[in-house]
Design a binder for this molecule. Structure first.
Ligand code: NDP
Length: 480
């Protein structure tokens, strides 16, 4: 059994989690410990006790540790990519890409450990100076979803460590494999003091809840569903812990009449269906101006039908399986709902039986949909995209912003004026021009607005806003 990692030791659990391959459910990826609240509390105590030693490390020593971890992830990217593809169902090329990103994130934050600084200002009072410095927050609880099993943990754990915090990491129960592999790399090459990094695999209701409610956990960084996010927010607000939430999206991709049709179609296919549509940034609403609408729908139908759905490890697979039976049921129920409400199914939306038993679903494209339908209001989190026709640019912009979410948005146009206007007036935290709504760089801020995100941005140097506390110190220099 792959064990939990607490206070620098590998520790078993009484329950076992059998990690199944969604491309072939006969394939057991591995057996993993399923910890509980008692184990979470042990890890929290270890992380809290470790802070005393951890703060004595120089920023250079922290940087070197993160750099070693990043190097090892990059060196092992093929093997880790295969593990990711096997446990989550992301096609191998995308899976290796995700692992590469995780390695780069560690190396970026290695640099940040040294680069980040404070400010030194004159006071308004004579002889007094003011320092604004940043200190670690303390123990950080990292709670992650299943859809990016190594990149999301990396972009939370690396900054937490870079800025001097200790970590208790609780991955999604569905994907313990990448989490365990990451912990084992940190154990082997990190050389961190015992307890600075801990992994507790187990259910959200026990391990996650123990992290959120513990007075010894100073901050929670969470990515997942809006429902769980709201629950975490309420609990953290009451006990005064810092929290940061990345939740759902219902991201619009606007296609204007002057768009390059082929570029618009490939952008929409990538944004809507790659990673099986299981990205919080996926382009689930395609808002298309009426002049290009019919030709766009025709080309999208052809391109959607041509996508190759299959085993994530097969080299010609473009769309892997849905990650789990529960997610597949959710996707199918939205597809049925859209059909019932009169949307036109242009392509896909069917359960696919291949040689191996897996959660295969052909990517679904609907046209003749309205923005007020559940399929356009709620996050499906699967390979399902809709087309909404817009009268003109202003109408398209209004539709794009008419959502409770605000994570990412995109526009396909050749007009600089329209692109500039859209960038200014989109209600999303991230805006793409002639690019898919998904697919972002790791050195710049990531995050949304409205119901998509809460708290300071993740990634890039902006991450320090969450992972540090600011202190303002005043000094009256005597005798100078
Ligand atoms: P959840 O929000 O349920 O899970 C995310 C993480 O939170 C997991 O590690 C989960 O643990 C943990 N968790 C669950 N309950 C609690 C709790 N009470 N206290 C603390 N932690 C908890 O999302 P799911 O992974 O179940 O996905 C459900 C839906 O969420 C998807 O269908 C999709 O719509 C959306 N989603 C959105 C994502 C995004 O990036 N926007 C990412 C993933 C999902 P455990 O795994 O044990 O349940």
């Amino acid at each position: 059994m792959h064990e939990n990692y607490i206070n620098g030791e590998w520790v078993g659990a009484s329950e076992v989690n059998r990690n199944l391959n969604p491309s072939d459910t006969r394939d057991v990826v591995g057996e993993y410990a399923r910890g509980d609240d008692a184990q979470a509390r042990q890890a929290i105590d270890a992380a809290s006790d470790a802070l005393e030693t951890w703060v004595t490390w120089t920023s250079e020593a922290r940087a070197d540790a993160l750099d070693r971890i990043g190097d090892r992830i990059l060196a092992d990217k093929q093997q880790l990519g295969e593990l990711l593809a096997r446990e989550e169902g992301k096609p191998l090329t995308e899976a290796v890409g995700e692992v590469t990103r995780a390695g780069r994130v560690f190396k970026f934050f290695a640099g940040e450990a040294i680069r980040f600084g404070g400010e030194f200002l004159p006071s308004v009072r004579p002889g007094v100076s003011v320092e604004v410095s940043r200190e670690p927050v303390g123990v950080v609880g990292v709670i992650t979803p299943w859809n990016f099993p190594i990149a999301i943990p990396a972009w939370k754990i690396a900054p937490a460590l870079a800025y001097g915090n200790s970590v208790v990491f609780k991955p999604a129960d569905l994907v313990p494999g990448c989490a365990w592999a990451l912990a084992s790399i940190i154990d082997e090459v990190g050389g961190l003091p015992k307890g600075v990094f801990n992994l507790v695999m187990g259910p959200g209701s026990k391990v996650g809840n123990a992290l959120v409610s513990s007075p010894r956990v100073n901050a929670i960084t969470f990515t997942g569903s809006s429902e769980t996010g709201r629950r975490i927010a309420a609990e953290c607000a009451v006990r005064g812990a810092k929290f940061q939430l990345e939740m759902g999206g219902k991201n619009p991709l606007v296609v204007l009449d002057d768009a390059d049709l082929e570029l618009a179609v490939s952008t929409a296919i990538n944004g809507a269906f790659f990673s099986t549509g299981q990205r919080c940034t996926s382009s689930s609403r395609l808002i298309v101006e009426k002049g290009i609408h019919d030709s766009f729908v025709k080309r999208m139908r052809e391109a959607t039908q041509a996508l190759k759905v299959g085993n994530a490890l097969h080299p010609d697979t473009q769309i892997g399986p849905v990650a789990s039976q529960a997610q597949l049921d959710q996707d199918l129920s939205y597809i049925e709902g859209a059909k019932r409400s009169g949307c036109r199914l242009e392509a896909g939306g069917e359960r696919l039986s291949l040689e191996a038993p897996g959660y295969y679903l052909t990517p679904a494209l609907f046209s003749q949909t309205r923005n007020d339908m559940p399929i356009n209001r709620e996050e499906v989190f699967g390979p399902v995209a809709t087309v909404i026709q817009a009268e003109d640019y202003e109408h398209a912009l209004a539709l794009a912003n008419d959502t409770i979410y605000g994570l990412s948005s995109g526009i396909c146009t050749q007009s600089l004026a329209r692109a500039t206007h859209f960038k200014r007036h989109s209600g999303a935290g991230m805006v793409m021009v002639n690019l898919p709504t998904a697919g972002v760089d790791y050195h710049v801020p990531f995050g949304g607005r409205k119901g998509s995100s809460y708290g300071p941005r993740e990634q890039g140097s902006y991450a320090k806003e969450f992972f540090t506390n600011v202190k303002t110190s005043y000094t009256l220099a005597q005798g100078v």
